[in-house]
Design a protein around this ligand. Structure first.
Ligand code: FDA
Length: 546
């Protein structure tokens, strides 16, 4: 059952388009846009529109800015923040954006690693979906509808409260928003057993566009093809997965002196081949930091096992004895409690902590950070190179630097690279997230992170060096002017989407030829001159398998 609001999935097409390609651009002003919102187009209530002069503007803007790097006086700010509470208001915002060529950015949870959902170098408005947070679970059908402004913690909580045997395979951090997360893939500790969040999006419903009316190419594109590209996702129907009533978790630390390097090295070849029920992540980092240098290298192995401790211990003894896991390291709990365990909360936190969307939740939102991603395919990183990367973490000046490694394999090995736009499937041993967190001024920490990334260059996927779109990284390329958009976008697009990039371009050209929904890394439409030719040629490559 849907909640009372009509749930629409995508709002962008089939709206009246007043501008023909030949019309001269109208004089665009913020006032025109506001007028259109309030009286011209959609009856958007003025009390849901925040201009910088409004005393609540900063509070609303900052409510989901999750990276302090983009919360400075030099960060470009929106001219308006729109906080719709109904789908007709979202529709009005899209209509007025198109009518007045007034750029909008969509924000759900605000976790974009480059702040693209709330910053832009020209005039723009933020369409903030924080009020769209219903989660409706159908226990018998093992499905749920979730609106884009819900955060992962709420989603997990609502599902598990309806049935402790149901779960959903998505990310680890409770405050990540559904809207951006599902748009780019979304993975966490259940990825090896059940795939990505986007793999488990099964339907969408609405009055304007739903799965049936959007067609299979469009439905394919929205599940991993990146946010703010094909339209506005308002709600998603997801397939829930079954988990046992008791799961086991652990998080164990090994220093170099405790054979940490050998164990980490072994982890590289073992972790993707473990049974799907076990996801064992590895974080290489350092501790005991003085001013500019750390002195101790640590490897943290964190796991979720869909079963009880005795079975896990037998498994680890036979597949990965080097870790030396003992019964004392393991904790049995419900799946929902395991989300809290891995979510970085204090040890006494209850599952209700997952509902906390505020900045009180555990991650230090006051820090600035940047991340970069990699995929290790085929062969592991040689031990000597791994040590060099780890050594680099010792010169850490940021508050925190780390190399977080997520094992692939399992279900990810079995899903075709073409099933949804996310292509990083079979043959990958694991994904890397290179991370730097800091609090002081200056961009030198970004430089440090790039050096760390360079050290991995010879040992990770190449031609292209792949990346994960949800770990947005503008270093790998950015969109330029419209007519050169396609060639420039290929540079970063093939890193994120591999061979799926071409199909994404065709979908974009068909559904949003005017590029209404765009950002620095949104898939562009083809230039006008070659559109019909390329779209027609592309139709023979229809590979949607759902
Ligand atoms: P935000 O609102 O910033 O949106 C991100 C992008 O999607 C923007 O381009 C935005 O315009 C667009 N967008 C947002 N809502 C949309 C909508 N309704 N329709 C269309 N486009 C929309 N990833 C992962 O896979 N596993 C993990 O465990 C984590 N953990 C994690 C922790 C932390 C602290 C951060 C900062 C990030 C992660 N991520 C992650 C990455 C996360 O999945 C990624 O940043 C998502 O895009 C965030 O979605 P939000 O809605 O929160 O962001």
């Amino acid at each position: 059952m849907l909640p009372t609001l009509p749930l629409l999935l995508f709002l962008l097409l089939l709206l009246p388009v007043p501008l023909s390609p030949a019309s001269p651009p109208a004089v665009q002003t913020c006032q025109d846009f506001i007028h259109c919102l309030i009286s011209g187009g959609g009856g958007f209530p003025s009390n849901l529109i925040y201009a910088p002069s409004n005393p609540n503007y900063s509070t609303i803007l900052e409510s989901t800015i999750r990276d302090a790097r983009f919360n400075s006086t030099s960060t470009p700010k929106p001219s308006l923040i729109l906080t719709p509470i109904s789908t007709s208001q979202i529709q009005a915002a899209v209509l007025c954006s198109r009518r007045h060529d007034f750029h909008i950015r969509i924000r759900s949870g605000g976790h974009d690693y480059e702040g693209l959902s709330y910053s832009y170098s020209s005039q723009f408005a933020v369409l903030d979906l924080a009020s769209f947070r219903n989660v409706t679970v159908n226990r018998a059908e093992k499905t749920a509808w979730v609106q884009s402004g819900a955060v992962l913690g709420e989603l997990y909580y609502r599902i598990a409260k309806r049935s402790p045997h149901l779960a959903f395979p998505a990310g680890v951090t409770n405050t990540v928003g559904v809207g951006g997360h599902f748009s780019g893939g979304g993975f966490g500790f259940l990825v090896r057993k059940f795939g990505l969040a986007a793999d488990n999006v099964i339907d969408c419903r609405g009055r304007i566009l739903d799965r049936a009316s959007m067609g299979q190419d469009f439905f394919w594109a929205i599940r991993g093809g990146g946010g703010n590209t094909f339209g506005i996702a308002v709600a998603w129907k997801i397939r829930l997965v079954t988990v046992p009533s008791t799961v086991t978790v652990f998080s164990v630390v090994r220093t170099i002196e405790q054979n940490g390097l050998d164990i980490a090295n072994k982890w590289q070849s073992v972790s993707s081949k473990l049974p799907k029920e076990l996801s064992l992540d590895l974080l290489l980092t350092t501790t005991n930091r003085t001013k500019n240098r750390a002195t101790i290298k640590i490897a943290i192995f964190s796991a979720l096992f869909l079963g009880k401790t005795d079975k896990l211990l037998n498994l680890m003894q036979s597949k990965f004895p080097e870790l030396g896991l003992t019964g004392e390291d393991c904790k049995e709990m419900t799946w929902l409690e395991s989300v809290v365990f891995h979510g970085g909360f204090p040890s006494n936190a209850t599952v209700e902590a997952l509902l906390d969307r505020s900045k009180n939740s555990p991650l230090v939102w006051t820090l600035k950070y940047k991340c970069k991603s990699d995929f290790v395919r085929g062969d592991p990183i040689p031990e000597s190179a791994l040590l060099k990367m780890w050594e680099k973490l010792m010169e850490i000046e940021p508050e925190f630097g780390g190399i977080l490694m997520f094992p692939w394999g399992g279900e990810m090995e079995e899903i075709s690279e073409f099933r949804i736009p996310f292509p990083h499937r079979g043959g990958n041993l694991y994904m890397i997230q290179h991370m730097a967190y800091w609090s002081d001024e200056g961009e030198r920490h970004v430089g440090w992170l790039r050096e760390l990334y360079d050290l991995a260059g010879d040992y990770v996927s190449r031609e292209p060096r792949s990346a994960y779109v949800n770990y947005r990284d503008l270093d790998i390329g950015m969109n330029g002017e419209e007519e050169e958009g396609y060639e420039r976008a290929r540079v970063w697009g093939e890193k994120y989407f591999g061979k799926n990039f071409e199909r994404l371009v065709r979908v974009k050209t068909a559904v949003d030829p005017e590029n209404l929904f765009r950002n620095e890394q949104s898939v562009p439409p083809l230039p006008r001159g070659i559109r019909s030719q390329r779209i027609a040629a592309g139709s023979q490559f229809d590979r949607c398998t759902l």
